[in-house]
Ligand binder design. Structure first.
Ligand code: FES
Length: 101
């Protein structure tokens, strides 16, 4: 794993944004109490999770409604981990993410 700078931490609270880091599509979310990052493509058919509705640490895929816990990557219906999660931090107004190398 290696820490990479994503850029300014300017995503509004309650919203997500998609990034591509070293070829990995990642969805970053700014919640009331945390920044969270998971795989950006839904495990169902690749829907853009960064565009999904976020509520209480969970995101709903905008394409067909699969839901995931952003803290664990688990699908809420099955309980199975279906998304990778990535450590993310805000440092001096910038977002940094730890991705596989
Ligand atoms: S692509 Fe996400 S629920 Fe179908």
């Amino acid at each position: 794993m290696a820490w990479k700078k994503l850029g300014a931490a300017d995503i509004p609270v309650g919203q997500g944004r998609e990034f591509v880091v070293d070829g990995i599509v990642i969805a970053v979310f700014h919640l009331d109490d945390a920044w969270l990052a998971v795989d950006g493509m839904c495990a169902h058919q690749g829907g853009p999770l960064a565009q999904g509705h976020v509520d209480n640490h969970c995101v709903t895929c905008p394409w067909h409604g699969w839901q995931y816990d952003l803290r664990t990557g688990q699908n809420l219906l099955t309980g199975k981990k279906m998304l990778n999660t990535f450590p993310i931090e805000q440092r001096d107004g910038e977002l940094w993410i730890d991705v596989p190398v």
